[in-house]
Design a protein around this ligand. Structure first.
Ligand code: PNS
Length: 163
């Protein structure tokens, strides 16, 4: 039984994240998507932890071996709690490498039994990020096709409220 953990802030989840989760689900017996509270990031996430979990649950409901769980604290401790032995991260362009390399090294130092593995982004999503999605939506641009439809609607109403 191989269980993988796909962690992230997912503020909000993009179709690039979902592509990585779906590909991980075909490689492992079970995938836990770990949604980090990440309260310390910038001004704090745009969407609450519950909303971020809900978007991913809605978009992965067709994948029988995927569970979505919130977490706060160290990633390796969450991996231990969920009995995941592999951490899966998506890798887009070279610009991701340095940060991911650092996190993988630090996580290895904290728990040598947990392996970090990377799934390369498909070209279509290589330049897609949650922050770019938020920025486009904030300026009234369309993010259709970049995020699930439910996220499109939530972005429109959240950013409309704050204008
Ligand atoms: O969506 P992100 O910003 O790439 O996700 C980063 C995340 C949540 C995976 C990372 O910040 C994380 O692992 N946070 C938990 C705290 C932790 O374990 N830090 C030590 C490893 S650097």
């Amino acid at each position: 039984m191989k269980r993988a953990l796909c962690p992230g802030t997912f503020d909000p989840v993009t179709n690039g994240h979902l592509d990585v989760i779906e590909r991980a689900s075909s490689l492992f017996d079970e995938v836990v998507v770990g949604v980090a509270l990440s309260a310390e990031k910038g001004d704090g996430p745009l969407f609450s932890l519950e909303e971020r979990v809900g978007f991913i649950e809605g978009a992965t409901s067709h994948l029988g071996n995927v569970r979505v769980r919130p977490f706060d604290g160290l990633l390796v401790e969450f991996a231990q709690e969920t009995d995941a032995t592999v951490i899966i991260k998506g890798l887009r362009a070279v610009t991701d490498f340095e940060r991911e390399f650092q996190m993988a090294q630090l996580n290895y130092r904290l728990d040598k039994t947990i392996e970090t593995m990377f799934i390369m982004s498909i070209p279509e999503y290589a330049y897609l990020s949650s922050s770019a999605v938020r920025e486009i939506a904030r300026h009234g641009g369309s993010v259709k096709g970049l995020v699930p439809d439910a996220v499109c609607e939530a972005l429109a109403s959240r950013l409309h409220q704050s204008r």
